[in-house]
Design a protein around this ligand. Structure first.
Ligand code: TIU
Length: 222
């Protein structure tokens, strides 16, 4: 087994069973007028991690390891949008409404797209997910079985919502999970810090954390 220097202790992995999952790096979470901004959030924090996420993606591609992208989005007829999700909070624009980047969080709309700098390459798996977790109501579990994945590295947004939810789903399914600390972000710095702390607490109860450079060093040394 190879190792990534990580918290709370070294993360053991085999390159041939490791995949990167990039969660929801979409315009709707990173640009003014999108879903994240409609909830009252400062989206500049998300934009700031784009170069680091790009570096991590390119490191996995260069090593020939799979990169999987997820997108939080719903069908145009809203048949996969529970009223409990649509009506939550007091957003200025709700999911499915027309905003400056098209219908908010609807598949195929401009605002739902992954940021240009992080766009999937042809052949990379893209998971469209209606929930916060990427396993619920998607083919992700089947895709990971087909790839033979056992260890998952996570990046993307937001740390305490879609990233942590997906890590918890993956951890319960038997995957060993590591989140790249500087390739994930929250609209709330204190929530990011707390999420990373709770993931790695109790002897990696949910998983491990490491920097992007530590992940890429571990892959290079494998
Ligand atoms: N609002 C928030 O922090 N996150 C989400 O709604 N979705 C994701 O985290 N992708």
């Amino acid at each position: 087994m190879a190792e990534i220097a990580a918290q709370p202790f070294a993360f053991a992995f085999r390159p041939e069973t490791t995949a990167l999952i990039v969660i929801d790096m979409q315009r709707d979470f990173a640009e003014p007028g999108g879903f994240g901004a409609s909830l009252g959030n400062d989206v500049s924090r998300v934009v700031a991690i784009v170069p680091t996420v790009k570096k991590l993606i390119e490191g996995f591609r260069a090593a020939g390891l799979p990169v999987i992208h997820t997108m939080e989005c719903h069908r145009p007829d809203l048949s996969d949008l529970p009223p409990a999700k649509r009506d939550r909070g007091k957003p200025t624009i709700r999911i499915g409404d027309v905003g400056p980047m098209g219908r908010v969080l609807i598949a195929g709309e401009p605002g739902t797209a992954i940021l240009d700098e992080l766009a999937p390459l042809p052949g990379e798996i893209v998971i469209e997910k209606p929930g916060k977790g990427a396993f619920y109501a998607t083919g992700l579990g089947d895709d990971l079985k087909r790839l033979g994945a056992r260890q998952l590295v996570f990046a993307g947004v937001t740390t305490e919502v879609c990233v942590q939810t997906t890590m918890r789903e993956a951890n319960d399914r038997g995957y060993e999970c590591l989140v790249a600390e500087d390739a994930t972000e929250s609209y709330f710095p204190e929530f990011k810090a707390a999420a990373l702390a709770m993931i790695r607490a109790q002897g990696a109860i949910i998983g491990w954390t490491a920097t992007t450079d530590q992940v890429l060093e571990g892959i290079a040394n494998a």
